[in-house]
Write a protein that binds this ligand. Sequence first.
Ligand code: URA
Length: 240
Amino acid sequence: MQKQRLDKFLSNQLNISRADAKELIKKRLVSVNGDNAKLFDMKIDPERDAVSSEGKKITYREHIYIMLNKPAGVVCATRDKLSETVLELIPEELRREGLFPAGRLDKDTVGFVLITDDGGFAHDILSPKKHVDKKYFAVLEKNITEHDIDLLKSGITIDGGEKCLPAEAVTAGKQNEIVLTLREGKYHQVKRMAEALGNKVLYLKRINIGGLALDEKLKEGECREITAAELEILKKREKN
Ligand code: URA
């Protein structure tokens, strides 16, 4: 692993400024392999060296992966002049430089948004070539017929003549509720599929990405880090 300056490592891993990282070192609050660190620019191997700050061991993570249950009214962007962004919902302890949402939901759509600072991983999750499944629960204005389900399953043509890949589609509970699994991510896809059926989406929630379900314990607006085991599920899918 490439070596890193100690102050940069602290700043990244603890999500503090470089100045604050230097301050910790200056106050002799940082140790490397049991010895008090004195130099800001001391080179450390993030994977091998044991670094502690204020007596607490820092567990090195190259990247961070967050599962957010997005509420309506919030935009999937890193910044926005008018609306609150998904990044603003991330608590201080999970914030890092370079975080961004890997994939977008509409402002009025709720549910699973993956937020990371790992560009390569996000690219794979989003790449149409990788066919990472996204599952949605939708409430429609009108009831869904058997014929609608057949059309969705065989690959429906939406406005502009765009043909969708075959989707998994099952009615869920009520006759106007559907669970749709898409292998692609066209702009406003679920809403446009509903329109192609002469129907309309009233409520839309993403409930699963790449086989990883949104944690039901997360209330809207809440997030948590994705565990190593969950990350494995996602990484396996992106190789398919
Ligand atoms: N399809 C939509 O129409 N909107 C979303 O936010 C996601 C999928």
